[in-house]
Design a protein. Structure first.
Length: 327
């Protein structure tokens, strides 16, 4: 990423770039920064944007081969083409002969590093990955944004903010904007402020529901469910999320039983360290067979709803009350 930052600052650009990875927020941020550095205003004559699986390589190449009009360069952005997994051979063959007055920027979520196109880009240009950020990086990012706004925040309140809003940076950025506006006249941000203004992601609600079940507080778990219904969440989506969460707990517990630590589990499952840590702690309160049975109960409940044996709302209530047993 540092090379990309240096290129943007210096104005000295490679002929081709690839921005890829799962962290949507960072990928979009640097896509916008790169475009702003490469283009001037609304120069539609020398800028083209292509998106989607149906892009024709010939269209991109035709634009790239045309000389710029009253400008230093032509700029092409190609997003979500899927060419770095399949179908990118034509572009891979073109890049070594690419016109010197054109910069091509690919933006993708997933890539195959063995593909011809990936190899062509890394040979002639620069590729940078925007992976999901670890816990410490998120802490520093949030603390830095708060400092820039002149707000103090305790580390434990940052942790609470992440738990409440979820670890996706784009959603956290939106919630921080709300939080800064809410605390405009305050010098510090507290967990009470976070509760007052930030939206709890459904994953956090599900986690709290399972915690309540583990503590034999079914009434609290049901209240969490009714809060989700009040927020217009569909019962079948809630059921799906409960099943997925129980499946993650089972996977985490089984990997811990095999001797893997939380960091190794995070790498294996492609989850953040602090998410796995929370899952491991929660999973320790249940037996593996009970978690496995809970997943099966969720599957059965979904089938019962689809076959008309039970209403969707009642199915979720039944899962909450019967699916898990406290160890």
């Amino acid at each position: 990423m540092q090379q990309l930052i240096n290129d943007i600052k210096s104005g000295e650009f490679k002929k081709v770039y690839l921005l890829y990875g799962e962290e949507d927020y960072l990928r979009k941020q640097y896509k916008d920064k790169l475009r702003a550095a490469l283009t001037t205003g609304e120069d539609d004559m020398n800028y083209a944007y292509f998106e989607g699986k149906d892009i024709q390589a010939g269209q991109v190449i035709d634009f790239a081969e045309t000389m710029p009009f009253l400008a230093e360069r032509r700029v092409v952005f190609v997003e979500n083409s899927g060419w770095f997994k399949s179908g990118g051979d034509a572009m891979a063959e073109y890049i070594p002969t690419q016109c010197d007055t054109t910069v091509i920027c690919f933006v993708e979520t997933e890539v195959d590093k063995r593909s011809k196109l990936f190899k062509a880009v890394t040979e002639k240009g620069y590729a940078t990955e925007f992976a999901k950020q670890n816990e410490e990086t998120l802490f520093k990012w949030i603390a830095g944004k708060c400092k820039a706004e002149g707000k103090q925040i305790r580390r434990e309140d940052i942790s609470y903010f992440i738990e409440k809003t979820g670890p996706e940076m784009d959603n956290m950025a939106r919630e921080m904007e709300k939080l800064f506006c809410y605390c405009l006249e305050k010098d510090s941000i507290t967990s009470a402020d976070i509760d007052d203004i930030c939206t709890t992601k459904i994953e956090s609600h599900i986690f709290a529901m399972i915690d309540a079940i583990a503590e034999n507080k079914q009434r609290v778990a049901l209240d969490k469910y009714y809060e989700l219904l009040a927020n217009k969440e569909a019962p079948m989506y809630i059921l799906y999320m409960i099943g997925r969460h129980c499946s993650n707990l089972l996977m985490t517990k089984e990997l811990r039983l095999k001797g893997l630590d939380n960091r190794a589990i995070a790498e294996r499952t492609k989850q953040k360290d602090f998410v796995v840590r929370k899952q491991a702690n929660q999973a320790s309160r249940f037996k593996a067979e009970d978690l496995r049975a809970a997943v099966e109960t969720c599957v059965k409940a979904e089938t019962d709803v689809k076959t008309g044996l039970m209403s969707d709302r009642l199915a979720v209530e039944t899962v909450i009350l019967t699916a898990l047993k406290h160890e």
